[in-house]
Design a protein around this ligand. Structure first.
Ligand code: HH2
Length: 288
């Protein structure tokens, strides 16, 4: 089944005729990629505004790191981190997603202007589906094997693409059963979440198979350790490899790229959409 042409996230309807860019706003002291640089609400808000100016189609605000080995954050602290940021960025003109697995944080975030829930547990926490059922928000259902604290210890699959696809298919079905329209759903193989570099590469290769689930696929490879594994560079030196990964994912059908470097990703994707014969936004009539 082909992916639906639009994505409905609360009051926003996004067309999916070109790959969309989701800009990451981490309000955390310990994220793997930007390690506390935007931890204060003021810094996070300024960063979010900069990402919108760079062309982010969606912002993804998170108050809990899910990097390998990270420990859970309690609900009060997570709310303290994200709510002031959501209230400030909800009016920037692009849909805002809340990156959380806690139903209470989802509920408060949606009440504070978020239009999407990005859940690395794919709404498996008790009560999470009910929060989405009672809203018109979008949802990203992500695959993870295990939990962040231990997920990279010994990830194992017989058929990583088949198993991830079956899991995501079952989560789409659970959402459909709860009355969540397919146009509100996105799926994500969860690069780096309980996967070795080989598993991640197999998933990138097999991304078109996830596209046959009939909802848009989101890919988050930006600055991840699989890229470090390939090129042998630390997290601050992975821009070129992140752009390569974003293009490869988009070429294999990913409709949303979750990235830290929005402007550079937009430029890279503009080349792809031009080659594919789609019009990059805002460049109509450009000559040379
Ligand atoms: N990756 C991270 C966090 N959330 N959500 C989805 N849907 N897909 C992903 O690949 C994904 C995600 C990890 O990246 P980051 O937010 O930069 O780091 P941290 O979890 O350490 O805050």
């Amino acid at each position: 089944m082909q992916a639906l042409p639009v994505l409905r996230l609360g009051r926003f309807t996004l067309r999916l005729d070109r790959p969309l860019v989701m800009g990451v706003v981490n309000v955390t002291p310990d994220s793997f990629s930007d390690g506390g640089r935007f931890f204060g609400a003021g810094q996070a808000i300024a960063h979010a505004k900069a990402l919108v100016e760079e062309g982010a189609d969606i912002l993804d605000v998170g108050g809990e790191s899910t990097r390998p080995g990270s420990l859970p954050v309690d609900e009060t602290e997570e709310l303290r981190r994200v709510i002031p940021v959501l209230e400030a960025v909800a009016g920037l003109g692009v849909p805002v997603s809340i990156d959380t697995s806690k139903p209470a944080v989802m509920r408060a975030a949606l009440a504070s202007g978020a239009s999407m829930v990005n859940d690395v547990l794919a709404l498996r926490s008790p009560g999470a589906i009910d929060v989405l059922r009672a809203s018109d928000a979008g949802v990203c259902l992500m695959h993870m094997q295990g939990e962040p604290r231990t997920m990279q210890v010994a990830p194992r699959y017989d058929d990583v693409v088949g198993e991830v696809r079956a899991f995501l298919g079952a989560r789409i079905a659970a959402c459909a059963e709860a009355g969540i329209a397919r146009e509100r759903i996105v799926v994500d193989p969860g690069f780096g979440f309980g996967k070795t570099a080989e598993h991640n590469l197999a998933l990138l290769r097999g991304l078109p198979e996830l596209g046959t689930l009939g909802v848009p696929v989101l890919a988050g490879l930006s600055r991840k350790s699989t890229l470090g594994h390939i090129i042998g560079r630390p997290v601050g030196e992975r821009l070129a490899s992140s752009l390569a990964a974003a293009l490869l994912a988009a070429e294999r059908g990913a409709r949303i790229l979750r990235v830290h470097d929005v402007a550079a990703t937009r430029d890279a994707l503009a080349v792809l959409t031009a080659v594919q014969g789609m019009q990059p936004p805002g460049r109509e009539g450009a000559g040379s």
